[in-house]
Write a protein that binds this ligand. Structure first.
Ligand code: HPA
Ligand SMILES: [Zn+2]
Length: 338
């Protein structure tokens, strides 16, 4: 039997909650700034890392949006995505469904197509290089208004056959899912899947809204659902996938420390929880680091880790046949290790 670290690395898994802009490592921030002639308010990589000390979601978002300013060209988005896929593949990720925030870029004058084409080029190269498949999820920034989200959906039209779904991210408190009910209805009518961040900082009511008013196929974070037993029962009964991000929860002070993270409680309650990295360059680790952190912090056994990996495929937007193929490989991996 391999040791736990190696077992986690080799475990075939999907990543379902990853903001591609949040995979921008400080070294890459400097490289893109230099090649695009953009000035950044940091003198060194160490200075950037030292700034990643957040007390809440908004603290992080302010720095995250500032960092994204170095992304200007199709090549930047391609290189950014490819660097993430290289790291993900090394962590045993065989499929990734990645978020991008078009408004962060279109509001700076970077056209939607530059972002989308760059990311799609990175995805194509990752499949060639690693056999890693990926899907794109277009996230609306919830601190902006409904009209802006509708404009973004309009800009996405030429790329819709290459976009799997829509999501909702950014500042949660004060921006409930209800604000985007009509945009999500329009996206559903276009055949797009729907996900939303809910219950990261926001109350259980926001999770109810995501289910009832946005019709989400998957819930991003969802941690605060645990405060509402009836909601937990509903999520468990419906087999709703939760994309949980342990290191993010600690870094944004939503969970006091990894030792008290509720991931194992979620599993015991029958929730289809998955483990993901959210914004790995900002939160101290990629998906493998997240698995390792909870394995150690919550003393998860191999069966729990396999359940989490299994859930990542079950919760993905892959076809039933594709999911079955991944699960067969997962079973073979576990058997070979026994
Ligand atoms: O963790 C997050 N929460 C909400 N919005 C985000 N945008 C990037 N990361 C996040
Ligand atoms: Zn997120």
């Amino acid at each position: 039997m391999t040791d736990l670290d190696a077992f986690i690395t080799g475990l075939p898994k999907a990543e379902l909650h990853l903001h591609i802009e949040g995979s921008l490592e400080p070294e890459q921030m400097f490289e893109f700034a230099r090649r695009n002639g953009v000035t950044i308010p940091f003198a060194s990589v160490d200075e950037v890392r030292a700034a990643y000390d957040f007390s809440n979601l908004q603290d992080f978002l302010d720095i995250y949006y500032a960092g994204a300013d170095v992304l200007r060209t199709e090549e930047d988005f391609r290189d950014l995505a490819l660097a993430y896929f290289d790291r993900a593949a090394a962590d045993g990720v065989v499929h990734a469904e990645i978020f991008f925030d078009p408004q962060t870029h279109t509001h700076r004058g970077v056209p939607f197509g530059v972002v989308a084409n760059g990311l799609l080029a990175g995805m194509a190269e990752a499949e060639k290089r690693h056999g890693l498949t990926a899907k794109l999820i277009l996230c609306f920034l919830r601190h902006l208004d409904e009209a802006d989200a509708f404009r973004t959906l309009e800009q996405a039209q030429p790329w819709l056959d290459q976009i799997a779904g829509v999501g909702l991210d950014s500042s949660e408190l004060g921006h409930p899912p209800s604000k985007f009910a009509r945009v999500f209805a329009a996206a559903a009518a276009m055949g797009l899947k729907r996900v939303a961040h809910a219950g990261e900082e926001g109350p259980p009511d926001y999770v109810h809204e995501a289910l009832d008013l946005l019709g989400v196929d998957r819930l991003d974070h969802g941690n605060r659902s645990l405060e509402d037993p009836a909601l937990v029962a509903r999520l468990a009964r419906s087999g709703m996938t939760l994309t949980v991000c342990p290191l993010s929860n600690v870094k944004l002070c939503n969970v006091a420390s990894i030792d008290v993270h509720p991931i194992d409680r979620m599993l015991r309650l029958g929730l289809r929880a998955t483990v993901n990295s959210d914004d790995p360059a900002y939160f101290g680790g990629y998906v493998g680091d997240n698995y390792r952190a909870i394995a150690k912090g919550r003393e998860l056994d191999r069966d729990d880790l396999v359940t989490l990996a299994r859930n990542s495929f079950l919760g993905s937007f892959l076809s039933d046949d594709e999911v079955a193929g991944h699960l067969a490989k997962l079973d073979a991996y576990v058997e070979a290790d026994a």
